[in-house]
Design a protein around this ligand. Structure first.
Ligand SMILES: NC(=O)c1ccc[n+]([C@@H]2O[C@H](COP(=O)([O-])OP(=O)(O)OC[C@H]3O[C@@H](n4cnc5c(N)ncnc54)[C@H](O)[C@@H]3O)[C@@H](O)[C@H]2O)c1
Length: 652
């Protein structure tokens, strides 16, 4: 029976209307495509409804089919399933769509404005149906949210293979996404949205904390601390909202601009930012007091970040760290709000006069870049935080290029911080979810992880001691920081050795009954090996290969036959459609001996693939790490790059 039409509550956080890009014939095709999920007897009624959705929202979401039951991660034993592996995927899908976790739950968007789990509710229902009936000798193949079907495979094969946004390269421009997404044949999976591995803001808080702490370490003199020193940035949205919290953990003064008062108030109510200020004179006054008293405080400025950069220059307020986390991966549809125009007015322009809006964004980016340049001349350390700020500023004609005309003036946070300090050593965002849903289980896993980290730290080389210590500290404080939203999940940065040892101990604890149910392992795609992204994850690759995507593709294939429960590979995520290939995995640790074999095999490759590639690119830290790994692991034999002496070129 056709389910009843749904009222969408006015309180729901709705996705913005998407670009109306289809011709009349293409709109017919989009409706025809949507109707293929349903029996013909419903087509007439649904065709009119889907046309209205397309007109009103620019996409067909099929709201009528959104289930009435609560969508949230349940204990794994609650899922009707033939396979526990499949049940673990159902749990994670529901977690990604939980209204407490997801940004626009009605439009199946988990984060980043357009990070989709599915394109429509029919895909959700069908996928859950397949997962509930599949056996451990079948694999479900997901094409950008569409479940193509169950195919016979084998026990060792992944239960689900996910691709999102895979395009023929020449069709990977931003408008191609709009068009083919509106047609219902592709979607933007971001990173962990379309791969069911999002765990709420905890992941980004941890990553941002590590970045801010290490950025200060790069600049502070011996004995100095971040106290009383300014970190200026922008954005209090889905991910960017983590910045003030991270700044507080790193113990500095965070000043974060946000043009949308609703977003800044929400972060304030949630306790993610300490103070709200809407007046610039007041901001200047308050900042001086915080500096004088060496406070650890986070302040949201309700306005445009460009205004702060310009005013602080006039006021001679010294900014130690500067960055930006507006959504510049999506500059023309509201990711970046131009200076000099009110928020509401700008929002109207996006719809009514997009070319004027585009012009204003470009002008604002030029102003933004020029103000940043003035501060860096005074000694500010500015880094791009993976939001395409430098890329879009350069495209807008901002003064951000280095003298060679190829590189940017400023490093990305991966070039200067995460790459050499973490990724090249194999440190990355390892995460897990306790499938029992019990907070006690999460506490136990925290204890296990802490024990393992403390055990391996004494024998770890000096080069990675700081990273180990930071992560030990993170786990010690994790519960206190109250970061769990949705499933009982934890993140921590660990290297290959740490990840495998922690996972092995979890598996043992599941087997012994110490943990009440299985553990689901995964990671962010923003990692050592999973992502090829020339302006972010692989921005510290200098042999020319940063514009290739072989590493990400090898990773997903390599993980798939080494024991992953599910694998995913996406086009777009973080820096934008066509700008990155990124992949991830999920793995169920059910306490079995098979799970132990799988975790060892797969985690080893999942980290060392990227270290090998980074070492081949002659990254010193990765050369060190891969040589160490070869000494530890008899079966590993990696082609090692020879370093060329500069003098070779003198005679050429
Ligand atoms: N480095 C990382 O690890 C990492 C991780 C996640 C996301 N990102 C990137 O960071 C960006 C932000 O992600 P998000 O999920 O927070 O997006 P979001 O759209 O939820 O938030 C961005 C916020 O910036 C505000 N904003 C836009 N222009 C502004 C301006 N000129 N001044 C002040 N505020 C302004 C918007 O109102 C919005 O609230 C994205 O490009 C994303 O891809 C980076």
């Amino acid at each position: 029976m056709l389910p009843a039409l749904k009222e969408i509550p006015s309180s729901a956080n709705r996705a913005p209307k998407r670009k109306d890009i289809l011709s009349v014939d293409e709109k017919k095709l989009a409706i025809r495509n949507a109707l293929r999920y349903f029996p013909t007897k419903w087509h007439k009624e649904l065709a009119a409804e889907f046309k209205k959705e397309l007109d009103d929202y620019g996409r067909i979401y099929m709201f009528r089919f959104k289930p009435d039951y609560e969508i949230k991660a349940r204990p794994i034993s609650d899922y009707p399933a033939e396979s526990q592996q499949a049940a673990s995927i159902m749990l994670m899908i529901q977690n990604n769509l939980d209204p407490a976790v997801a940004q626009h739950p009605y439009e199946l968007i988990t984060y980043g404005g357009n990070g989709a789990v599915f394109q429509n509710w029919a895909q959700y229902l069908l996928t859950m149906q397949y997962l509930s009936e599949m056996t451990e000798e079948q694999t479900l193949h997901m094409y950008s949210g569409h479940p193509m079907g169950l195919f016979p495979s084998g026990k060792e094969a992944p239960r689900v293979v996910v691709t999102n946004g895979m395009m023929i390269p020449n069709y990977s421009k931003p408008d191609d996404l709009e068009k083919y997404n509106a047609l219902g044949v592709t979607q933007y999976g971001q990173m962990t949205a379309g791969s069911y591995m999002y765990i709420g803001p905890q992941g980004i808080v941890h990553g941002t904390t590590i970045t801010v702490m290490n950025a200060f370490r790069k600049r502070l003199k011996k004995g100095e601390t971040p106290k009383g020193k300014i970190f200026l940035t922008a954005g209090l949205g889905g991910m960017s909202g983590a910045q003030p919290k991270a700044g507080n953990i790193a113990e500095c003064i965070t000043i974060c601009a946000e043009v949308n008062d609703e977003a800044s108030s929400k972060r304030h109510e949630q306790g993610w930012v300490d103070e709200l200020i809407s007046d610039m004179d007041e901001l200047v006054r308050r900042t001086r007091i915080a500096m004088k008293n060496q406070e650890v405080v986070s302040i949201a400025y309700q306005g445009n970040v460009v205004d702060i950069w310009e005013r602080f220059y006039e006021e001679e307020i010294f900014i130690h760290l500067g960055s930006d986390q507006t959504s510049l991966h999506n500059p023309w549809s509201g990711g970046y709000y131009p200076a000099g125009i009110a928020y509401e007015e700008a929002t109207l322009l996006i719809k009514d006069n997009p070319s004027k809006f585009e012009e204003l964004v470009k002008e604002s980016l030029r102003r933004h870049a020029s103000a940043v340049n003035k501060h860096t001349e005074r000694g500010t350390y500015f880094f791009d935080y993976g939001n395409a700020f430098l890329l879009e500023s350069s495209r807008a004609g901002g003064n951000v290029m280095a003298e060679n005309g190829i590189d940017f003036k400023y490093p990305s946070y991966v070039q200067d911080i995460l790459g050499p300090m973490c990724f090249d050593y194999g440190f990355g965002p390892f995460r897990w979810v306790c499938a029992s849903g019990l907070p006690e289980d999460l506490d136990k896993t925290d204890d296990i992880a802490l024990r393992v980290m403390r055990e391996i730290k004494p024998t770890a080389p000096a080069e990675i001691q700081q990273q180990m210590q930071d992560n030990i500290q993170w786990i010690e404080d994790a519960k206190k920081n109250k970061l769990v939203v949705g499933s009982q999940a934890r993140i921590l940065y660990a290297d290959a050795e740490g990840r495998a040892k922690i996972a092995e101990e979890f598996n043992k604890a599941v087997n012994s009954g110490e943990l009440k149910a299985a553990v689901i392992l995964g990671r962010d795609h923003h990692d050592v090996s999973g992502t090829d992204s020339p302006f972010r994850e692989t921005s510290n690759i200098y042999d020319g290969s940063k514009f290739t995507a072989d590493m990400a593709i090898h990773n997903v294939i390599g993980d798939s036959f080494r024991g992953a429960t599910w694998v995913s590979i996406h086009n777009g995520g973080g820096v934008g459609w066509g700008e990155v290939m990124n992949g991830g995995f999920g793995m169920l640790l059910d306490g079995s001996a098979e799970a132990e074999v799988r975790l060892k095999n797969m985690l080893f490759y999942d980290v060392n693939n990227g270290i090998a590639r980074r070492s081949w690119a002659r990254n010193e830290e990765a050369l060190f790490a891969i040589k160490r790994e070869m000494e530890r692991t008899p079966g590993l034999k990696v082609t090692v790059a020879q370093i060329v002496d500069d003098s070779v070129f003198d005679s050429l």
